[in-house]
Write a protein that binds this ligand. Structure first.
Ligand code: ADP
Ligand code: NI
Length: 217
């Protein structure tokens, strides 16, 4: 593997080493692999170095993980400059990682380059299907969420602040507040194809969950 990428991996690993909310490095590795797969299937030209860098770095500036997002972004830029990425590549990578998250897409998706769209699709696919269910439970558990409460309705039209406010959050509601919305928000045809199966699996899971729950009342 090229040494630039090795430096990026070391940087990302250090940043995410202590996270317990589902941003563990295994998430990053899945996003990298998925982004590579999606990139291979694109007909036009894509900058694979930008895709790999953005995939590895996408959570290193996450507001949940770092105290100061601006400081974290400056560290990313310094790293990329040291590794001799071009100014255009650096702009592409920072634009991608600051604008791709669901929480920054709540009032509408932000404009991303094709490389950014691929990394966003790869990240969002990791929130879907069996893996996505597992991550939601892991995150909900780490934040003390109830698994379900039929009296608490899922929220709509959330701001970023609402999205991060977990006072009344349940894991089942997260499916309605985010997971079921992701499939139609994906960018590439290939990602939408993968998502369709995962979406069905999650829908079945929630249906079964509610049936088991309701059978008790
Ligand atoms: P984003 O960075 O796109 O805003 P997050 O970082 O909030 O997404 O999500 C990280 C993981 O935790 C995802 O798998 C997501 O579905 C899950 N997650 C986020 N918020 C909640 C929540 N309130 N309850 C359960 N899981 C959640
Ligand atoms: Ni991510």
């Amino acid at each position: 593997m090229d040494t630039k990428l090795q430096e990026i991996i070391i940087f990302a690993k250090n940043k995410l080493a202590h996270d317990k909310t589902g941003h563990n490095f295994d998430h990053i590795e899945r996003v990298v692999k998925m982004a590579q797969n999606l990139a291979k299937q694109q007909t036009g030209n894509v900058d694979l170095a930008v895709i790999l860098a953005a995939a590895y770095l996408h959570d290193t500036i996450d507001d949940k993980l770092v105290a100061n997002q601006q400081v974290a972004l400056t560290q990313v830029i310094n790293l990329l400059e040291n590794l001799q990425f071009t100014p255009d590549q650096i702009k592409n990578i920072t634009n991608t990682i600051t604008k791709m998250s669901y929480s920054t897409s709540l009032n509408g998706k932000q404009e991303l380059s094709i490389e950014g769209q691929i990394v966003q699709d790869a990240d969002w696919l990791d929130a879907l299907g069996a893996i996505g269910i597992m991550r939601a439970i892991y995150y909900g558990g780490a934040h003390g969420e109830k698994i379900y409460d039929p009296k608490i309705a899922p929220r709509d039209n959330m701001t970023k602040q609402d999205y991060r406010n977990l006072d009344n959050e349940t894991i089942i509601n997260h499916f309605y507040e985010k997971l079921f919305k992701l499939t139609s928000m994906l960018n590439t045809k290939q990602a939408r194809q993968i998502a369709a199966k995962r979406q069905q699996f999650m829908a079945d899971f929630v249906t079964n969950f509610k049936n088991e729950w309701d059978a008790l009342s």
